[in-house]
Design a protein around this ligand. Structure first.
Ligand SMILES: [Fe+2]
Length: 467
């Protein structure tokens, strides 16, 4: 894997700078703690905790692919209507400690042919479960961090975790369990896991898939886990060359598997679907004999290269769009359809609706005027023909994944707040925005200004103070 330095101009806009290291994605190299943050509007006093975003922020300043930079977490602590601090910290991993050294070199024991799964970029998501805060990256063990974003170390659930752990676990609102998968380039290609509310790994089940598929996400209903065995697969030759070792395959069947949530591989029912990829599911639920999955479908990814340059976004039909799959466990039939003509990604729902029928979903909307991750947040109403209401940011401003936080005592599904970090190009600074989820097109409830760039990146969570 190359670590060739690239000269970045102050705004990261030089001609030789790849898209994934430019603009809002340009790495920052200083770890800051800022306590005197300017706030516009009013921060709801009931929001006590921390909002975190995980990002790829290479220590060397350069990576060949967006997805492989070292994890840096940005966070803001809110308490009693005040923004106490903003911090950003790299996650201390073996990759952080050995900048520019090839990941395989660090992880592979060539004599025993074993992998050290503590070698992680820890860059994809950050979640709270069982009293711990975990930075997640799907190729490795989770990394525990403190509420102040200091690294504790790799987390193996007391030695029970033997392989990679997804960046997209599901949190059951009924049992408090965390459901997860782990996929791997070598057998077992897929493992399904359940973690109890206290953080104990209580089930670990191997699932037979066709081959080394990149299963970035999965889905869960109240009673089932759903696996996406899709044609983006590990390519060993690409891995030896460095870079992103995943390619599209026309020979690999596209299937979804539905398994009882506490079940086993032999209980998994597989359904063929039209070839596609789905980085992220919105939700899944049961409707009679059907299991319904909603997610952001793309017709294919990474046929010739894993290039993700979005400076000239492709047409919406080649971008991720909200899609519905219906798998009938009684008849074995599949029905699928797009629910939106416009591109969107980073789907989220109210945590209480996880696994249940849902009406409102939130996603980062494609913005034809902005060559970034989109300039708007979409609020989908699937109970009303998947219409959408939009919060449009000022031209050029780049929000990220937004997170829904329910209002204390609220009962309506959209009674709560939406939060995200937004990059402001004219000053190369950022702000955290809090929107009223029931009225998202309205002026924000609060903007918390951060006089630095909060790098655009991946997934985020609101982690409230312990009750
Ligand atoms: Fe993701």
């Amino acid at each position: 894997m190359s670590s060739a330095p690239v000269e970045l101009d102050p705004r990261g806009q030089g001609p030789d700078v790849p898209w994934h290291l430019s603009g809002s994605r340009q790495p920052v190299f200083e770890e800051a703690t800022l306590t005197d943050l300017e706030v516009e509007g009013e921060i709801p006093r009931e929001l006590n905790g921390r909002y975190f975003r995980n990002t790829a922020n290479p220590v060397t300043g350069y990576t060949e692919h967006w997805f492989i930079g070292d994890g840096m977490i940005h966070g803001v602590e809110l308490r009693e209507g005040k923004a106490n601090w903003y911090r950003n910290r790299w996650v201390r991993t073996p990759m952080f400690d050995h900048p520019g050294v090839d990941r395989l070199t660090l992880a592979l024991d060539k004599e025993k042919f074993t992998f050290d799964h503590s070698v992680s970029a820890a860059n994809t998501h950050i979640i709270g479960h069982g009293g711990k805060i975990l930075a997640l990256e799907e190729g490795s063990f989770p990394y525990e961090v403190t509420p102040e974003i200091e690294t504790v170390g790799p987390h193996t659930f007391g030695g029970k975790l033997k392989g990679p752990f997804t960046a997209h676990p599901k949190f059951c609102p009924d049992t408090g369990e965390m459901l997860a998968i782990g996929y791997n380039a070598v057998p077992p290609y897929l493992t399904y896991m359940r973690v109890d509310p206290a953080g104990k790994l209580i089930q670990s089940t191997e699932i037979a898939v066709t081959g080394p598929t990149m299963m970035h996400d999965f889905a869960a209903t109240r009673n089932h886990a759903i696996f996406m065995d899709l044609p983006a697969i590990f390519d060993v030759e690409m891995a030896m060359k460095g870079g992103m070792p995943i390619r599209w395959s026309d020979d690999y069947p596209a299937r979804f598997g539905v398994m009882p949530r506490e079940g086993s591989d032999d209980q998994t029912v597989w359904f063929d679907v039209a070839p596609c990829y789905c980085f992220h599911t919105m939700n899944a639920y049961e409707d009679g004999s059907e299991v319904v999955v909603h997610g952001m479908r793309v017709p294919e990814i990474w046929r010739d290269s894993a290039n993700m340059d979005m400076s000239t976004p492709p047409p919406p039909e080649d971008m991720p769009r909200l899609h519905e799959w219906r798998f009938d466990l009684a008849s074995g039939s599949v029905k699928e359809r797009y629910l939106d003509d416009d591109a969107s990604e980073f789907p989220r729902i109210a945590p209480a609706r996880q696994g249940h029928p849902w009406r409102f979903g939130y996603a980062l909307g494609g913005d034809p005027e902005s060559a970034g991750m989109g300039g708007q947040i979409n609020k989908y109403d699937v109970g009303n023909g998947a219409t959408k209401e939009v919060h449009r940011f000022p031209t050029g401003h780049e929000p990220g994944e937004s997170v829904f936080v329910p209002r204390e005592g609220g009962t309506a599904e959209d009674d709560g707040y939406l939060m995200t970090f937004v990059w402001k190009p004219e000053t190369d600074t950022s702000y955290m925005v809090i929107l009223d989820a029931a009225n998202i097109s309205a002026e924000p409830l609060a903007r918390i200004h951060i006089p630095r760039r909060v790098v655009s990146g991946f997934h985020s969570s609101w982690i409230p103070d312990p009750a």
